[in-house]
Unconditional design. Structure first.
Length: 301
C-alpha cells in the first residue's frame, strides 16, 4: 500500500513537509528506509512521487519506505526561493528533513491506515540517489564545510546503515562547472562516515559538468572507512537503467534488467545490514559472482 501526500508540520521550514509512505499490507516488525530523491529537471521525479521502481520493490518485500519532498524539488518552484543561504541544493535542509521524519514516526503511523505498531524503529536505513545520495551520506557521517568555514556534521545515530546511489564523490576529481556552481561539493569529507553503507555506481556515469573521470562517483567508497560495499553496475549511467521512474525521459541507459538488479541488490544489502542473521546479501553477492554474464560487481572492505 502507498499513501500520499502526508503533510507533516515543520516549524521554520518554508512549507510543510510532504511525504509518501509505502509498506506491505501485512507483517510486523517492518524495517524502515528513508529515501531521498535527486535534483533532476523532471517536475515530479524529484519529489515524493519519484523512484517507484525502487520504493515499490522494497515495500513489496518487507520494508516501510518513507519518501519526502525536499525543498530542492521542481514541484516547489515558485514557492521556495532557490537563492536562499543554502543555494539550489538545500543540502542542510534535506538532511534535516530526514531527521524530522524520524521525529515524526508517531504521526506517520497515525496517517497510514493499518500501519500503527508495525514498524521496527530499531532498524532504520537511509538511501538516496544523486543529490539524495549526498543527503544519505550526511546522515551516515559524511561532513561538509559551510561558507563560514564551520564543519557540518548531521549524522543521525538512529540510522543504522545506508545505500548511496550515484552520489557526488571525490572532490579531487570534481573538474567541471558544478564545482563553481555548487561549491559545497568541493568540501565533501567521507573520513568520518563510519556507518555501514553500500555505494552504487555505474561504470559509465561520467558527466563533464561534474567530472570527466568515472572514479569521481566512487569517492563515498574509496574515501570512507569500513565497513563498506561497492556495487559497480556494468553499462550503468547516472539513472542506472531508469531507477528514478517508470518512464523517465532523462534515462540515457534505459534497461529494465539493470533497474531490477539495482532494486534487488540494494534490498538484499539492507536486509542483512539491518539484521546480521539475514543471509540475503551474502546470497545475492554469491549469485552475482557465479552468473555467466553478471550485470554488476561487488567489492568489499
Amino acid at each position: 500500500m502507498s499513501v500520499s501526500p502526508i503533510e507533516l508540520s515543520a516549524p521554520g521550514r518554508a512549507v510543510p513537509l510532504q511525504v509518501r509512505v509505502s509498506a506491505p499490507v501485512t507483517g510486523r516488525d517492518l524495517p524502515i528506509i528513508l529515501f531521498s530523491h535527486g535534483h533532476g529537471s523532471s517536475n515530479h521525479l524529484s519529489s515524493l512521487n519519484g523512484y517507484g521502481p525502487l520504493a515499490n520493490y522494497w515495500a513489496a518485500r518487507g520494508f516501510v519506505v518513507i519518501q519526502p519532498t525536499h525543498l530542492s524539488s521542481a514541484t516547489l518552484r515558485g514557492v521556495v526561493d532557490p537563492n536562499g543561504p543554502e543555494g539550489a541544493l538545500f543540502w542542510r535542509s534535506r538532511a534535516e528533513d530526514m531527521t524530522r521524519l524520524l521525529d515524526a514516526l508517531d504521526a506517520i503511523e497515525e496517517a497510514v491506515p493499518g500501519l500503527r505498531g508495525r514498524m521496527d524503529r530499531r532498524r532504520v536505513a537511509v538511501a538516496g540517489h544523486s543529490l539524495g545520495a549526498m543527503t544519505a551520506g550526511m546522515l551516515l557521517g559524511q561532513r561538509v564545510t559551510d561558507v563560514d568555514g564551520s564543519v557540518v556534521d548531521l549524522r543521525d545515530a538512529r540510522i543504522a546503515a545506508g545505500v548511496i546511489i550515484a552520489g557526488p564523490g571525490n572532490p579531487n576529481y570534481l573538474t567541471g562547472a558544478a564545482g563553481d556552481r555548487y561549491p559545497i561539493l568541493r568540501t565533501l569529507d567521507f573520513s568520518a562516515m563510519t556507518a555501514p553503507a553500500l555505494v552504487v555506481v555505474g561504470d559509465r556515469d561520467v558527466n563533464p559538468m561534474f567530472s570527466d573521470q568515472a572514479e569521481y562517483r566512487v569517492g563515498a567508497y574509496t574515501l570512507s572507512p569500513s565497513p563498506k560495499d561497492l556495487l559497480t553496475v556494468f553499462g550503468g549511467e547516472h539513472i542506472l537503467g531508469g531507477i528514478s521512474g517508470y518512464d523517465a525521459a532523462e534515462t540515457t541507459d534505459e534497461n529494465p534488467a539493470r533497474v531490477e538488479a539495482v532494486a534487488q541488490l540494494t534490498w538484499a544489502y539492507l536486509r542483512t545490514a539491518l539484521d546480521a542473521a539475514d543471509p540475503a546479501w551474502r546470497a545475492a553477492s554469491e549469485a552475482l559472482r557465479a552468473a555467466p554474464s553478471p550485470l554488476a560487481r561487488v567489492d568489499t572492505k
